[in-house]
Design a protein around this ligand. Structure first.
Ligand code: FAD
Length: 43
């Protein structure tokens, strides 16, 4: 069964969590919700 991860906030913190979670579980489905126009490019 595939797992889903929902991250609220597309800043450096959210993007870092998304990247690390996918490294640990490549089959993970990640959804990032950002209220602003842009997400971070830092991660
Ligand atoms: C003026 C300034 C200059 C800086 N310069 C540097 C620098 O040169 N180098 C450096 O390393 N760091 C710098 N920093 C620090 C760096 O910006 C922060 O450490 C970093 O952005 C923190 O990331 P974060 O993901 O924790 O928070 P944030 O960057 O604040 O990201 C949180 C995100 O969550 C979103 N969000 C919040 N609530 C919701 C919601 N309910 N639904 C959807 N989205 C939501 C926000 O829109 C935001 O995009 C600077 C900070 C400031 C203020």
């Amino acid at each position: 069964m595939s797992r889903n991860l929902v991250i609220v906030g597309g800043g450096a913190g959210g993007a870092s969590v998304a990247a690390e979670a996918r490294r640990r579980d490549p089959s993970l489905s990640v959804i990032m919700i950002e209220q602003g126009k842009y997400v971070s490019t830092a991660a």
